[in-house]
Design a protein around this ligand. Structure first.
Ligand code: PMV
Length: 319
């Protein structure tokens, strides 16, 4: 049995919108994105040899949540496995089992961590069969990207930039952040990110999106370099609204935010008026990600108290 684990990641500058696919080459973004890796939210994949055909099953292990992938989800996962087997020259059939330690399909980027874990496990399998087989992390990330674009970023910690040249670790001097998730909705989202990528292209607000994302990315990197926390929180706040506005104005329009999302955002907004808050961001889902800077432990406690009515998934760490 071969196994691998990978973390999830949350984009601060979002990958939303794809270039038209060039034959086999899928998941090329319209703009560069930058993420923070969420080491405490993880996926695990185990691969075992079987006789008949490749299959998927939920991994059952202590502390991992038993996953219920629908047919579409299984197909996508096994198609990626088939693509990797083909590229890495792996013969035979295998059972692929996977699990996350957090709810899947709810906009907490479980596809990023699970596709990254599948790519790493399949690479380990290839190396167990051919010890000379050797790929760089950047090359592996590019393979992972073909299963799920954002998964390529999960191979680099803590900050990853995905631009025209590929995936790179950036910001070695940038701070470690503490991640709290406000779980507004842990059910499967009604529009998957693959559909969202297509739909936003019809938004009346998509024009100018690439330029806005590009400018924000430059500003974000400068703000991290100079540790301008106010600028960092503002840029990420604007970016969260930019992506969700694309959803709200696409044709047809759709919404992940619900009344509880807005309530929680309003509480955070009020709690941080006049003080530098945590980074507040969202993925394609109703949930809210908070990333606290070093030294914000007291603020974290007070915001946590104000969010008592909500379910929180808090990283076990102090700043
Ligand atoms: O990797 P995908 O195809 O699931 O795209 C997800 C993109 C977002 O999570 C919505 C944003 C991002 O940059 O991670």
């Amino acid at each position: 049995m071969i196994s691998a684990e990978a973390p999830s990641n949350i984009a601060l500058i979002k990958y939303m919108g794809k270039l038209p696919a060039q034959t086999q080459d899928v998941n090329r973004p319209t703009n560069a994105s930058l993420s923070y890796t969420l080491d405490h939210l993880r996926s695990r994949v185990e691969i075992t040899k079987t006789q008949h055909q490749d299959s998927w099953s939920p991994l059952k292990k202590d502390s991992w949540l038993t996953l219920d992938l629908n047919y579409k989800g299984r197909d996508k996962f096994l198609n990626h496995f088939a693509r990797l087997k083909n590229a890495f020259g792996i013969d035979g059939f295998y059972e692929v089992s996977s699990a996350n330690n957090f709810p899947a399909g709810a906009g907490i980027a479980s596809s990023a961590s699970s596709f990254a874990a599948l790519t790493l496990a399949t690479y380990k399998l290839a190396r167990s069969l051919k010890p000379d087989f050797d790929l760089s992390l950047a090359k592996l990330a590019d393979f992972s990207r073909q299963g799920s674009g954002s998964s390529g970023r999960s191979l680099f910690s803590s900050y990853c930039l995905w631009d025209k040249e590929g995936f790179h670790q950036v910001g070695q001097k940038w701070p470690n952040l503490i991640h709290d998730l406000i779980v507004i909705d842990d059910q499967h989202k009604f529009i998957g990110s693959s559909d969202a990528h297509l739909l936003v292209a019809n938004s009346s607000m998509f024009s100018g999106r690439v330029e806005r994302a590009h400018l924000r990315l430059q500003e974000l990197m400068q703000a991290f370099d100079s540790m301008n926390l106010e600028a960092l929180t503002k840029i990420c706040w604007d970016e969260l609204w930019d992506m969700h506005t694309l959803f709200h104005t696409s044709n047809p329009a759709f919404m992940y935010m619900n009344e509880n999302t807005l309530l929680a955002l309003r509480i955070i907004n009020q709690a941080t008026r006049g003080v530098t808050g945590p980074i507040v961001t969202m993925d394609a889902g109703a949930n809210i990600h908070l990333l606290y800077f070093p030294g914000q432990e007291t603020l974290r406690k007070s915001i946590t108290e104000k969010l008592q009515a909500f379910k929180l998934l808090q990283q076990k760490a102090v700043l």
